[in-house]
Design a binder for this molecule. Sequence first.
Ligand SMILES: O=C(O)CCC(=O)C(=O)O
Ligand SMILES: [Fe+2]
Length: 224
Amino acid sequence: MAAHLQGSLFDQTDPIDPAGRAGGTDGAGGIGPGPLTGVRRSVLGDGAWLDLLPGWLSGADALFVHLARTVPWRAERRRMYDREVAVPRLLAFYGAADPLPHPALDAARDALSARYAAELGEPFVTAGLCYYRDGRDSVAWHGDRIGRGSREDTMVAIVSVGEPRDLALRPRGGGAPARRVPLGHGDLVVMGGSCQRTWEHAVPKTARGAGPRISVQFRPRGVR
Ligand SMILES: O=C(O)CCC(=O)C(=O)O
Ligand SMILES: [Fe+2]
């Protein structure tokens, strides 16, 4: 599995201990979020914005391997017109009361909740996970509009591990070209302001031989 990740299985900064785990002093095996001080905001327009911090998580490749192996991934099917089709990615969902599959994700969620408390007014509580097995897996254009996303501003914070894939964004009403943000290897992106209402996002399929990627989406209660 994930043979192409072997070369970078552990980040340079993670010493490997004799038991074969990445070392570290944070109690999570050297896997975890760094400071959020380097976050940079891009204003998209129509009240939407995007915060980006490449390489926020250290040990991202080891976290990818852990999540790929231990998360109970579900293959879902959805009705599309008169047919049932396979959802082109694997999924897992952790509600507010569910233990997350790695302590680095608790640390990430808590750090994000602290950082965005004033602007968001509530914590991030759920974690949705997507596993894109290769370039044929994708998510179609959408906003996370269940819950508050269709009528109120909210935030969705995404941590991405594994190989980079583009997160594409376009205004819901058209009129501007789609933007693309490559995400992988521990990168953080936060979609905020009106982003779920006035913009759409997608992870497009790619013909380039893309390796596997896992994204973890942290959302406030009820937002999907
Ligand atoms: O994988 C990603 O980065 C995006 C996933 C997404 O948009 C969603 O699950 O709502
Ligand atoms: Fe989404």
